[in-house]
Design a protein. Structure first.
Length: 431
């Protein structure tokens, strides 16, 4: 029995020594990840944009004169990928550099291959960084950071750098706050005590207390609920100097003004024919809508405006002969419409609209013009595109279709239904 216990003790000691030896040989993956994240966040605090910021990837080594990563370097790159996946809007370039030993063309090819190897490890398993976020480029020996006259200088020049190109502003994260506000952020990072964010690439880095945030909804549909510790007992572990909480409150009320060009349509010649109708084809005008945002996707608005068609038809006995008579026709519209914008994406919207239309027509020959008015019901829709509605000012463009029916006239005139399509160009303002 004593012999068995001795053998078991020796076996356990051997396993402990092997485990300790493995722990010494494996790299500390937490340290490089935290260091990289610290550089990124400190850079964001010190300047408005990360564009152009370079980080030297310290622990990347290759087999001699090749682009084959060592196993330790592959593990190091995996930790960098984990950091990048926490900041999915960052766009970056991997740059490879060499010293001046060997031919220029050889160094260029080697640096390109090494940069590509790092990029392939980032976008492949297990890191799986989105491929469109990462490009690579070999610079060869063209950008030394030290003199190549010593081994120390050449060692510094043999490097791989990660350079930030900018932010993908299409990857919007929605930060829902407990007070009911919603912050749209191009970059978000959640740490133990706070949520750091940038509303756009050139905006400052802002910070919200973790307890103020209800949830985050990322562009890919993921939902994160911050795990906030009790504020009275837990100290922040972030190395970033806190920023005063600041949230830009987006007004729910807005004004959209638009210029319109309208083309009269329809099979009936009553509006467009020069001989049987009013000869109205193109009309111009503008609209103004006061809207209220119900949610991120839905709004409601009231629209009015003014549009005018004007035509002059000259009658001649022959093509080159004198003018015998002139016919003039003018029509004006004033719409009073209810509009329901529905945003299909962040920028594209479909807006059904309907209401009444005040119509006035003044038509006839030189000495015999008549004027009459009427009220029409109308309906239609606009398919439009808006730039960033989070800003105080944005641009809008849309295609509109409308149909108006006769309701009542002040005289016994009958006109066919009015159908037209048009183009809108406008400007939106948050009120």
């Amino acid at each position: 029995m004593r012999r068995i216990l001795s053998m078991a003790l020796l076996l356990l000691m051997g396993q402990a020594q092997a485990t300790f030896a493995r722990s010494l040989s494996q790299p500390d993956t937490t340290a490089p990840a935290n260091a990289t994240l610290r550089v990124i966040m400190d850079s964001l605090r010190q300047q408005p944009t990360l564009k152009g910021v370079r980080i030297k990837l310290q622990d990347i080594n290759f087999e001699t004169s090749s682009a084959v990563l060592t196993s330790a370097s592959a593990q190091y790159i995996d930790t960098i990928a984990a950091v990048l996946n926490k900041l999915p809007a960052l766009i970056l370039e991997i740059g490879g550099h060499t010293d001046n030993v060997g031919g220029t063309q050889r160094n260029q090819t080697l640096s390109q291959s090494r940069a590509q190897a790092v990029r392939s490890r980032l976008v492949g398993p297990p890191g799986m960084v989105a491929p469109k976020r990462v490009t690579f480029r070999g610079y060869g020996e063209t950008k030394p950071i030290a003199a190549n006259t010593s081994e120390g200088g050449r060692l510094l020049n043999r490097r791989v750098e990660m350079q930030f190109v900018g932010l993908d502003n299409a990857l919007i994260t929605k930060v829902y706050l407990r007070n009911g506000q919603v912050v749209r952020a191009a970059l978000v990072y959640v740490n133990l005590r706070s949520v750091l964010y940038k509303t756009e690439e050139n905006a400052p880095l802002l910070e919200l207390p973790c307890t103020d945030v209800l949830r985050l909804v990322y562009a890919d549909g993921r939902v994160q609920v911050p795990d906030c510790p009790p504020s009275s007992t837990t100290q922040t572990s972030s190395s970033i100097t806190p920023v005063a909480p600041s949230v830009r409150r987006s007004s729910k009320l807005y004004l959209l003004t638009q210029f319109e060009a309208r083309y009269m349509m329809g099979q009936s010649p009553g509006w467009t024919s020069k001989t049987l109708g009013y000869a109205h084809v193109l009309g111009f005008g503008g609209t103004a809508m006061v809207g209220y945002r119900l949610t991120d996707r839905f709004a409601v608005g009231v629209q009015t405006g003014y549009a005018r068609w004007s035509t002059r038809v000259e009658y001649k006995e022959s093509a080159g002969g004198p003018i015998v008579r002139q016919y003039h026709s003018e029509a004006t519209q004033i719409p009073l419409f209810l509009c329901l914008p529905v945003y299909l994406t962040e920028s594209v919207y479909l807006m059904p609209e309907g209401g009444i239309n005040l119509l006035a027509i003044n038509a006839g020959f030189e000495n015999g013009r008549e004027k009459f008015t009427g009220v029409q019901t109308g309906y239609g829709a606009t398919l439009g595109y808006s730039t960033d509605r989070r800003k105080a000012l944005w641009f809008d463009v849309g295609l509109v279709y409308r149909a108006h029916q006769k309701v009542a006239w002040d005289r016994q005139y009958g006109v066919p239904p009015m159908h037209y399509a048009g183009l809108k160009l406008g400007l939106g303002v948050s009120l």
